[in-house]
Design a protein around this ligand. Structure first.
Ligand SMILES: C[S@@+](CC[C@H](N)C(=O)[O-])C[C@H]1O[C@@H](n2cnc3c(N)ncnc32)[C@H](O)[C@@H]1O
Length: 206
């Protein structure tokens, strides 16, 4: 589901970039860096997270997808100096084979890591995105996630300011349960923030 105007403005703002640097530090503390890795990024937005994955996590290459063509254009501009290391595609996180078909990405067991910076809660059938994460990760590959839970989405600020799917949202516990059902082992490598509103963690593909 696409973001509304208010969320688009916020996601493209300096405070979001500051927050995303903080999230990247938490994820690194929980799951380490990804030097030399081939990575898929779900819902890359304006590409700031893609740049962090390349420059801070040390990935060799990122295949990034977003539903919104305007965000893909922004990401292309942001990553213009990373030619050959970032492939940006318009498509859905629920069908990575189609999104990355032109670069041979999105096949079973292609990636060393998958990143989700605050996007799966935008997907109505969010379990299908986890199907894809589990399918495209190599055994031992890592899933880095930073999610907005049903607890946050029920708050008046979220209800008034933003548009999200209204049904079947997940709590932190439900998301963690679904990871383990998909063979994504998170163990103790997860944290919540602000009373369960936000969930960050790193799971390993069994
Ligand atoms: C809250 S923004 C997060 C953007 C960026 N990852 C960040 O952390 O700033 C959610 C993004 O997910 C994208 N999105 C929503 N549904 C999607 C889907 N099914 N597949 C891929 N991207 C999707 C939106 O277009 C938007 O860019």
């Amino acid at each position: 589901m696409l973001m509304n105007r208010m969320e688009t403005v916020l996601v493209n703002s300096p405070p979001r970039r500051w927050l995303q640097r903080y999230e990247a530090r938490v994820l690194t503390a929980l799951g380490g860096r990804t030097p030399g890795a081939r990575v898929a990024e779900l819902g890359c937005g304006s590409g700031y997270g893609t740049r962090l994955i390349l420059d801070e996590f040390g990935a060799a290459r990122v295949d990034a997808v977003d539903l919104d063509p305007a965000m893909i254009s922004r990401a292309r501009h942001r990553l213009r100096r990373h030619t050959g290391r970032a492939h940006l595609a318009r498509g859905s996180a629920t069908d990575l084979r189609s999104a990355f078909h032109d670069v041979g990405g999105g096949q079973n067991g292609t990636y060393d890591a998958v990143f989700d910076f605050a996007i799966i809660h935008h997907i109505p059938n969010w379990r299908e995105a986890l199907d894809e994460v589990a399918r495209v990760l190599k055994p031992g590959g890592r899933f880095f996630f930073d999610e907005v839970t049903a607890t946050a989405l029920a708050r008046p600020t979220y209800q008034v300011l933003f548009d999200h799917p209204s049904e079947d949202r997940f709590t932190a516990g439900e998301f963690l349960h679904e990871l383990s059902r998909h063979g994504l082992d998170v163990g103790e490598r997860w944290r919540t923030r602000i009373g369960g509103d936000y969930l960050l963690g790193v799971a390993t593909r069994q």
